[in-house]
Write a new protein. Structure first.
Ligand code: 5RP
Length: 229
């Protein structure tokens, strides 16, 4: 198997192994978390894990969970999330994150923040000294507010770009029916302050800065043809 895929599989498996019977589990979005969802399903099917319910962070996560036989619930039905597993696009030394590469950060922030334990699954290419150095910050915006929010982000020193779909013939639309501005800030020196400032701009639903939310970061590394966590 392709070593990068193998590494994502190993990290996903390590995270899935931390889920215990009877838990409410936040199910993140992305290619690494997809492996965690697969392994949770396999543990359920083998009887190693019983009585768990998943709360998906996106349409993609709910489709995968159903495929792998994970029963789902909603935040209307439960009053706690025991553990959440999710990927990230950048992780700083304090375990603050940039998320939203899959345009799911708004729901992800709700679910991941509520979890008693939030486990982040990444490969070592996602580790950075300062957030914003490699990945533009995703900001979910109401479609009617894209123009004023773009100007507000430029006034803050960012370079926003509307995220386009794979065929580049239209914008990406989130699960909530909104659009994404990817904002290049170069280096984000105070992620906690920027997170609040951005969410104060009228028309912004949520931004991809997750400050002080992650409890554990599992990092995968490719080593030749194999992978370690
Ligand atoms: C989705 C996310 C993803 O978790 C993030 O983009 C990482 O994905 P991958 O594991 O595919 O690299 O934040 O909104």
């Amino acid at each position: 198997m392709d070593p990068v895929k193998l590494m994502k599989q190993e990290v996903g498996q390590a995270a899935a192994a931390k889920v215990t019977s009877g838990s409410i589990v936040g199910l993140g979005t992305g290619s690494t978390t997809a492996f965690a969802i697969q392994f949770i399903g396999e543990r359920l099917a083998s009887g190693q894990l019983t009585d768990i319910k998943g709360i998906p962070t996106s349409f993609q996560a709910s489709v995968l969970a159903k495929q792998h036989g994970i029963p789902l619930t909603t935040l209307d039905e439960v009053d706690r999330i025991d553990i959440a597993i999710d990927g990230a696009d950048e992780v700083d030394p304090q375990h603050n994150l940039i998320k939203g590469g899959g345009a799911a950060h708004t729901r992800e922030k709700v679910v991941d923040s509520l979890a008693d334990q939030f486990i982040v699954v990444v490969d070592n290419s996602k580790l950075v000294d300062v957030l914003g150095s490699t990945f533009p910050l995703p900001v979910e915006v109401l479609p009617m507010a894209v123009a004023p929010v773009t100007r507000a982000l430029q006034a803050l020193g960012g370079q926003p770009e509307l995220r386009l779909g794979v065929r580049k013939d239209g914008p990406v639309i989130t699960d909530q029916g909104n659009m994404i501005l990817d904002v290049k800030f170069n280096a984000i020196s105070d992620p906690a302050a920027l997170e609040k400032t951005l969410n104060n701009i009228p028309g912004v639903l949520e931004n991809g800065l997750f400050v002080g939310v992650a409890d554990v970061v599992l990092v995968g590394e490719v080593q030749g043809d194999s992978a370690t966590v």
